[in-house]
Design a protein around this ligand. Structure first.
Ligand code: IPE
Ligand code: IPE
Ligand code: MG
Length: 281
């Protein structure tokens, strides 16, 4: 947080937004559905892949800002299990861009202490993409400042199925399959995102009001922020605005807000009972 303010120009818009933030309530984990690259390109009469290329620069900018903010984790949705349905040349272009990103950004990830973790079904990726991703994960594995989860060939349902199958395999190995009972904690601990907590804030760019199979389990109580801004145009200022918006939310996790809690005296309890007017005796 302090680092972010130091890196900004006092008085400008980003600096003013950053100084409005409450340092005690920075989200620990932000997840982003980076959508709108295609529309960004279309508006400029450019091929879609150039939208993805511009989106890659947004990734660099946002990763750096999140690290400066002091996040523990940032999870970015880069390629879904359903994105294989796109034309072959777009999918191949995305793999080329990913490899280029890894080469270009590795020094900065190291310099900024960022651990790269690819999450998703990596086995089905083109071999050279998979190899370079694994090498990047290995190289950054000791970095502790922030964890960057890159969701690649990722599906929320796939992740839950993989977690359950993992539990089944473990139980079978221990000869305990017939007595296996699955709890929420067991599933959570086998998800791809396991070492980090659930996202506090989920951002989606480009205005679509849907989740598109992202982190289905983990977003149970995440705060949602949807902006019409297309991903290549998503600026540092807009990220700070999203965090400010998050800081003005009240997270109740199914409970009540402090001012809605009834006083504990028995008079207020019988008052509630009377109001219900449903004698059951
Ligand atoms: C998101 O941008 C990036 C990926 C899914 C890889 P899109 O490519 O979905 O952009 P739109 O939704 O077509 O504008
Ligand atoms: C979600 O965006 C996937 C990524 C951002 C990687 P999509 O563009 O694939 O989702 P839909 O098709 O609009 O639901
Ligand atoms: Mg899209």
């Amino acid at each position: 947080m302090k680092e972010l303010l130091q890196s900004l120009t006092p008085g400008d818009r980003d600096w003013r937004l950053a100084s409005e933030l409450d340092p005690a309530r920075i989200p620990a984990h932000i997840a982003i559905i980076m959508d709108g690259n295609g529309r960004w390109a279309k508006r400029r009469n450019l091929p879609r892949i150039l939208g993805h290329k511009a989106g890659m620069d947004t990734v660099s900018r946002i990763v750096e800002t999140c690290a400066q903010l002091g996040l523990e984790a940032l999870t970015l949705y880069a390629f879904s299990v359903d994105n294989w349905k796109r034309p072959r040349h777009e999918v191949e272009g995305l793999w080329r861009l990913l490899r280029y990103y890894l080469r270009r950004e590795m020094p900065r990830l190291m310099q900024n202490g960022i651990q790269l973790v690819a999450i998703g079904r990596l086995d089905s990726l083109p071999p050279e993409v998979r190899r370079e991703l694994l090498a990047g994960m290995e190289k950054t594995s000791e970095n502790r400042r922030m964890r960057l989860n890159l969701a690649i060939n990722y599906g929320g349902r796939t992740e839950i199925v993989d977690a359950v199958n993992c539990l089944v395999d473990e139980a079978r190995l221990k000869g305990e399959l017939s007595s296996l009972r699955i709890t929420e904690e067991m599933v959570s601990s086998r998800l791809y995102t396991a070492p980090v907590g659930d996202p506090d804030l989920l951002i989606r760019t480009s205005g679509e009001m849907r989740i598109s199979n992202f982190l289905l389990w983990q977003i149970a109580y995440s705060e949602l922020y949807v902006t019409d801004t297309l991903w290549p145009d998503f600026s540092r200022a807009e990220l700070l605005e999203a965090v400010l918006d998050y800081q003005n939310r009240e997270r109740r996790f199914g409970g009540l807000s402090v001012d809605a809690l009834p006083s504990v005296d028995s008079a207020s309890f019988s008052l509630e009972e009377e109001a219900l007017e449903l004698p059951l005796a």
